[in-house]
Design a protein around this ligand. Structure first.
Ligand SMILES: NC(=O)c1ccc[n+]([C@@H]2O[C@H](COP(=O)([O-])OP(=O)(O)OC[C@H]3O[C@@H](n4cnc5c(N)ncnc54)[C@H](OP(=O)(O)O)[C@@H]3O)[C@@H](O)[C@H]2O)c1
Length: 198
């Protein structure tokens, strides 16, 4: 398949890209500062330009999604708006605008995370965003069939413990190789409306 991979140079995107390439797929990589195509998917106009530039793709995989982490007393309305645009609206627009570019048997695989289910201090925007994307996936799947949409919702990555381990004290981590296989399952399998929890 020809697959559009957003966030391809990141921690998660690198692992997902490797796993998809090993399965023989052709990747079109996307980021704001690196990749085959450079677009900011938090901007709806950029999502449209991205699809025009990418041409025909069989699947869309998102491994990007920025949200601010701060104690709630320090959060502003703009912080929540940035979290919404960076992780929710970006992925919603990839699906909504992608319907015109992805074939009937195509798929979308989005990224959420454990904070949809389990709170951490300073994680309210991430929890909001992850929960919203998971609810969107379940609802959108009903309307976009036979196209499919799923989310992958992992715990903190083993490979990210040095960076985020203190915030996720006591959380069982998950290896990136296992997270990447959930993306492969979503892209290649028949399932839709699923949230793959790891
Ligand atoms: N790290 C963890 O332990 C963990 C656990 C569970 C879930 N997650 C989720 O997984 C996702 C990726 O995390 P990560 O640790 O891999 O992050 P990362 O290493 O910072 O990588 C993010 C990637 O996405 C790209 N990107 C970010 N915003 C973008 C935008 N608006 N438009 C286009 N490209 C964009 C970045 O490239 P540019 O900067 O060049 O745009 C980069 O390639 C996040 O949503 C995160 O919440 C992470």
């Amino acid at each position: 398949m020809r697959i559009l991979l957003i966030g391809a140079t990141g921690t998660l995107g690198s692992a997902v890209g490797s796993a998809l390439a090993q399965r023989g797929h052709d990747l079109v990589t996307v980021g704001r500062t690196a990749g085959d195509l450079r677009f900011d998917v938090a901007r709806p106009d950029d999502v449209g330009r991205l699809y025009e530039a990418a041409g025909a793709v069989d699947a869309v995989v998102c491994a990007a999604g920025d949200v601010p982490f701060k104690p709630i007393e320090e959060m502003t309305a703009d912080d929540y708006r940035a979290g919404f645009e960076g992780k929710v609206l970006a992925q919603v627009e990839l699906v909504r605008q992608g319907l015109a570019h992805v074939p009937e048997r195509g798929s979308f695989t989005l990224i959420t995370g454990v904070l949809a289910r389990e709170p951490i201090v300073s994680g309210t925007a991430a929890s909001m965003a992850n929960g919203a994307v998971e609810a969107f996936v379940r609802a959108a799947a009903v309307e976009i069939a036979p196209r499919r949409v799923n989310a992958v919702s992992p715990s903190v990555f083993t490979e990210s413990l040095d960076a985020y381990g203190d915030a996720f004290s006591g959380f069982p981590p998950v290896d990136l190789a296992d997270v990447a296989q959930a993306f492969v399952r979503s892209v290649e399998g028949p399932e839709t409306g699923r949230v793959f929890v790891l």
